[in-house]
Design a protein around this ligand. Structure first.
Ligand SMILES: C[S@@+](CC[C@H](N)C(=O)[O-])C[C@H]1O[C@@H](n2cnc3c(N)ncnc32)[C@H](O)[C@@H]1O
Length: 360
């Protein structure tokens, strides 16, 4: 009998340790979906503001069904997120937990990303079919995608735009104050652009996005903000080729899931005037799987890729590079697009992403 044919002996200790780990993953996955529900219903925000309270009091304040709230609380208690006091039958959210589960939370709101886990479950049947056929999906197939993205970029981009992000491109804040033309390519609901338009009234801002629902939201937000230096347009950036129109172009997490990221980078370079800057945020993993074993949230990001970023690119007839296309790929498409210089940065508040400053 050759060595390859020998029956394998089971390392029972290693098998038991792995079974424990797999069980913990089931628990964590279930808690994450319930965390998403708690976020959507504002339950964490409510509980952060309440003293220890009964399920009746919490349900009443949230205008929800007590029986459902009590079961949700049981998940949160056994998941060690909410503390329970059996004598008084009261529940409370410790402030250390509220610090990463509430809107505007000090450490960033991780419950925002729990929505992506819930979305994966909602998409299961479609994804099974895609895995069988190799077909892609459309943005409209996903519930709440643009809302979740806006919440994500609200914390990673908008909250740090002026103190950390724009300073990456030296001289940009000064030029914005003087008055320049700015494009946000793949602007989604447009929050970053709206904040810039508010801050720099002498500059003019344009946001393009494929999705009509995101653009309608952005237009309404700009109208409510009373801004007259901003416009949003539903526009497919595939084959984009405006010439020398803008001084600053941004894209926040909006290139890897395009049909053809290389063609887009070339198009954006061509749309910049002399002295112009392209500021690009994208996912910062490596193009090599073996380098990503310790990358923050790597399994989560690959799952988001399989669930969303890859199928929406394939659905546009695109390359389907996926969320973890790799900073090396991003760097090489910017180099190949012919920018004069390309700098790469990783920001401490945003370890999942990489930032490029590319100049013409
Ligand atoms: C991951 S989201 C990021 C949205 C936004 N920048 C943010 O940070 O919230 C990617 C965006 O790219 C847009 N997009 C994808 N393919 C596009 C295309 N071909 N033309 C224009 N926009 C596109 C999507 O509609 C989506 O809003």
């Amino acid at each position: 009998m050759s060595e390859a044919q020998m029956p394998q002996t089971l390392d029972e200790t290693a098998a038991a340790a792995f079974a424990e780990k797999a069980g913990a993953m089931l628990e964590a996955g279930a808690v994450a979906v319930m965390m998403s529900i708690g976020h959507r219903l504002g339950l964490f925000d409510l509980m952060a503001a309440l003293p220890p309270s009964t399920s009746e009091a919490i349900a009443q304040r949230a205008a929800l069904s007590e029986r459902y709230v009590r079961e949700w609380l049981a998940v949160m208690v056994t998941g060690r997120i909410v503390a329970y006091h059996p004598q008084t039958k009261t529940y409370h959210l410790p402030s250390e937990h509220a610090a990463c589960l509430t809107r505007g939370a000090q450490l960033g709101n991780l419950a925002v990303y729990a929505q992506a886990v819930a979305m994966m479950g909602q998409m299961q049947e479609r994804l099974i079919a895609c895995m069988e056929t190799g077909e892609g999906l459309a943005y409209g197939d996903y519930p709440c995608f643009h809302q979740m993205m806006a919440e994500d970029s609200g914390q990673t981009v908008v909250a740090r735009l002026f103190d950390t992000i724009l300073p990456l491109a030296e001289g940009t804040a000064e030029r914005l104050a003087t008055g320049i033309e700015v494009l946000d390519a793949g602007c989604g609901r447009g929050a970053a652009l709206i904040e810039m338009a508010r801050r720099y009234p002498a500059s003019r801002f344009t946001g393009y996005d494929l999705c009509g629902d995101a653009i309608a939201f952005a237009k309404e937000a700009a109208r409510k903000a009373g801004l007259d230096n901003i416009r949003f347009e539903q526009r497919d950036l595939t084959g984009y080729d405006e010439k020398a129109r803008f001084d600053l172009i941004t894209s926040f997490d909006a290139v890897h899931d395009q049909k053809d990221p290389q063609a887009l980078a070339r198009g954006l370079k061509g749309a910049l005037r002399g002295g112009g800057v392209y500021l690009m945020q994208d996912i910062g993993g490596s193009a090599r799987l073996e380098n990503n074993l310790d990358f923050p949230f790597a399994p989560f990001l690959y799952a988001v890729s399989l669930c969303h970023c890859m199928p929406v690119s394939l659905g546009q007839g695109g390359l389907g590079l996926g969320t973890m296309w790799g900073w090396e790929t991003a760097q090489s498409i910017l180099d190949a697009a012919g920018f004069r210089s390309v700098e790469r940065h990783v920001l401490p508040h945003d370890p999942m992403n990489v930032w490029f400053v590319a100049r013409v």
